[in-house]
Write a protein that binds this ligand. Structure first.
Ligand code: HEC
Length: 225
């Protein structure tokens, strides 16, 4: 099943243009008043002339700020990883990376398929859903948007590119490093979790785990400046 592209762990935003509004105004993030932001930027000649040049407008509105940020985010493309160069036939995996790739294809690729290593879908990957009453809202996941109980505890599958730069892991940052993540997945039985048809059982040995880590490292790439 294919999902339309969406952003945030619960997929609450459907396009890059509207994404910035949440980040700018949320009290947990920048906590900015959009009107004040526009007032400030409109008093700064550097910005007014840059927006004039980019959008041919005399006054900066929050819609243009969001469009400008979206265009910037579109330039943040990761490429050039070992994985990409193997795909292009320019280099080869080591034996250990190849073994890790096989373990990955068998156990992980159903939810984390290439090229972005996410299916853009929402799943319950078996992490414990026990929270204190204070943090109970963290159990809702995709349910917050769909209000369908099947989506309770499901979160957007994150990309696995550049993992060395995205710790801590999971929607609540509960895992500090990849060892903790892989320990979670090792011998995981998803049967009793909020049923996910893509996978019921994940099982790999410690040798497989080290190979898997070596494979995940091949997804580290540069960005286009
Ligand atoms: C059933 C679908 C599914 C399978 C199978 C699966 N994952 Fe995930 N993975 C997810 C989801 C969903 C999340 C986010 C969960 C959350 O935050 O609550 C996630 C999170 C992660 C993260 C954290 C990334 C970050 O930026 O926070 C890593 C690393 C990861 N998975 C690796 C793997 C590996 C390695 C395997 C195979 C052993 C695997 N996954 C199998 C769905 C899956």
């Amino acid at each position: 099943m294919a999902w339309a592209e969406s952003f945030f762990w619960d997929g609450g935003v459907k396009n890059l243009e509207s994404l910035s509004f949440a980040a700018l105004s949320s009290p947990d993030e920048m906590g900015v008043d959009l009107e004040e932001l526009c007032l400030g930027l409109n008093q700064d000649k550097t910005y007014t002339s840059a927006f004039k040049q980019a959008f041919d407008v005399d006054s900066i509105s929050s819609a243009y700020i969001s469009r400008a940020l979206a265009q910037y985010m579109r330039t943040l493309v990761s490429y050039d990883s070992r994985y990409d160069s193997v795909q292009l036939g320019l280099s080869q995996f080591s034996d250990r990376q190849l073994h890790g790739h096989n373990v990955f294809v068998k156990n992980c690729a159903s939810c984390h398929p290439p090229p972005l290593f996410t299916d853009n879908g929402f799943h319950h990957n078996g992490i414990s859903q026990k929270y204190t009453a204070h943090h109970l809202y963290l159990t809702t996941g995709r349910f917050r948007i769909t209000r369908d109980s099947i989506d309770l505890g499901k979160y957007k599958t994150p990309s696995l590119r550049n993992l060395s730069r995205t710790a801590p892991y999971m929607h609540d940052g509960r895992f500090e490093d990849l060892d903790e993540v892989l320990n979670h997945y090792q011998n995981l039985d998803l049967k009793n979790q909020n049923q996910d048809i893509l996978v019921t059982h994940i099982e790999f040995s410690d040798v497989d785990k080290n190979a898997l880590k070596a494979f995940l490292k091949t997804l580290e790439g540069g960005t286009i400046d």
